[in-house]
Structure formats: C-alpha cells, structure tokens
Design a protein around this ligand. Structure first.
Ligand code: AMP
Length: 216
C-alpha cells in the first residue's frame, strides 16, 4: 500500500497517517517530523530549517526533493509508505512523479483530507505536542495535564512555535497559494479521493479505509 496524504495544516494528516501506517505496516514519512527532529538534533539541515519552520514557511524544494528521494530508496519503503506533508508544491509533485516512475511504482492512492479553515485555526491553536514522544493532543482533551497519556513523560506538553495564531494564519495562506494548486496538477492525471476531516478521528479512518477498498 502506498499513499499520499494531502491537506491543509491541522486537518489530521499526522493522526491518520500514524493509524494507517500501523494498520498496513507501512512506513510513515512525515516531512514535518523529519525536519523537527533535525532541528532538535541541530544537524546542518536542522540549523538551516529552524527559523523557516518557526515562521511557518516552506523549506526549499531542492532540499525537500532530495530528502524524499533518499527516503524512498530505503529498503524500509519496500513494503509501502505513506507520505504526510509531501508534496507541498507543484515542483515537488513533478519531482515525486519522476521518482515514482524511476522506482517503477504506479499504484499510489492520493487522499485529500478537507475541513473548514476556521475550525482548523481553532484546532491548531488548541494543539499541544509532547516533547518526549511527539504525540499531538487537543489541550482541552488532556485529562491529566502533567503527564503524557502515550509515553507517560512528566510535564512534557508544549505549543509548537508554528502553532501560534499568526503563524497558523500564515501557514494557511501558504497552503492556499503554493500547496493547494498541487491538486490542479493532479486533477485529470490521478484519481483524487476526498475525505471529510471534520468528523471524529475514528470516523475519518473508517471513511479512508472504505474509500481505499473501492480504489483497489
Ligand atoms: P508539518 O508538520 O507537515 O505541518 O510541517 C511543519 C513544517 O515543516 C512546515 O510548516 C514547513 O516549514 C516544513 N515542511 C514540511 N514538509 C515540507 C515540504 N514538503 N516542503 C517544504 N517545507 C516543508
């Protein structure tokens, strides 16, 4: 199973990608997670990316394309993968097509999760991450705010720098200007499967699974 998971910031790509990755036993490739880890580890990529991430802007196509090219060549991808956060520009989509052609991969599902923009801004401002395991939560849903329910780390919740409201609005604008047009590139070339992301997490997963079944 190979999937491109597409959609605006905060729409639930990461949450659904984790669920699908464990259900199908395929690699979850989150470009955001790769970049945040590079920042945390202060690698040369991380040092370069840090301020761009904090401003909610996009890392250059060259860097992202070579990062994904390296990743897709790994044996870990042989069983399948789910791309979460790539492609985010038409140049990235064109480069991805070339990579898939080179790897002789034809069967890839394109899932687009959608939701109302104001709902997403609200979701993102209420979002908190665990700095130990990276899990994401809605702050109002965390019962014990002193301990992470996934890894039990103590006092590990923080708000990502790019989840402050002005940065979120900027990320939404970049999505509309640079990322949303990727769908125009795919229209007519590829079947685009739309998923309503405003529903409960488990219902969104159900909907994805039934649409994937139909797309076989
Ligand atoms: P995400 O966790 O997917 O929301 O990504 C967090 C941030 O990482 C984005 O706001 C961008 O700064 C950067 N990023 C992730 N994926 C890409 C990509 N494909 N192209 C450019 N920048 C990216």
């Amino acid at each position: 199973m190979r999937i491109i998971l597409f959609g605006s910031p905060g729409v639930g790509k990461g949450t659904q990608a984790k669920i699908l990755s464990s259900k199908f036993n395929i690699l979850h490739i989150s470009t955001g997670d790769i970049l945040r880890k590079a920042v945390k580890d202060q690698t040369p990529l991380g040092i370069k990316a840090q301020s761009i991430l904090n401003r909610g802007e996009l890392i250059s196509d060259d860097i992202m394309i070579s990062l994904i090219k390296d990743t897709l060549q790994q044996p870990l991808c042989e069983n399948g993968f789910i791309l979460d956060g790539f492609p985010r520009s038409t140049a990235q989509a064109i480069a991805l097509d070339a990579m898939l052609k080179e790897l002789n991969i034809q069967d890839i599902h394109l899932l687009v999760i959608t939701a109302d923009e104001e709902e997403l801004v609200k979701r993102l401002t209420e979002r908190r991450a665990c700095k130990n395991c990276g899990s994401l939560f809605n702050y109002n849903d965390i019962k014990d705010k002193t301990s992470c329910p996934v890894c039990n780390a103590e006092n590990s919740f923080y708000q990502r720098d790019d989840d402050s409201e002005n940065v979120i609005r900027h990320r939404m604008e970049i999505y509309k200007q640079t990322t949303r047009p990727v769908l125009d590139y795919y229209e007519g070339k590829k079947k685009v499967i739309y998923i309503n992301g405003s529903d409960k997490i488990e219902n969104v997963t159900e909907n994805i699974l039934s649409k994937l079944e139909l797309d076989k």
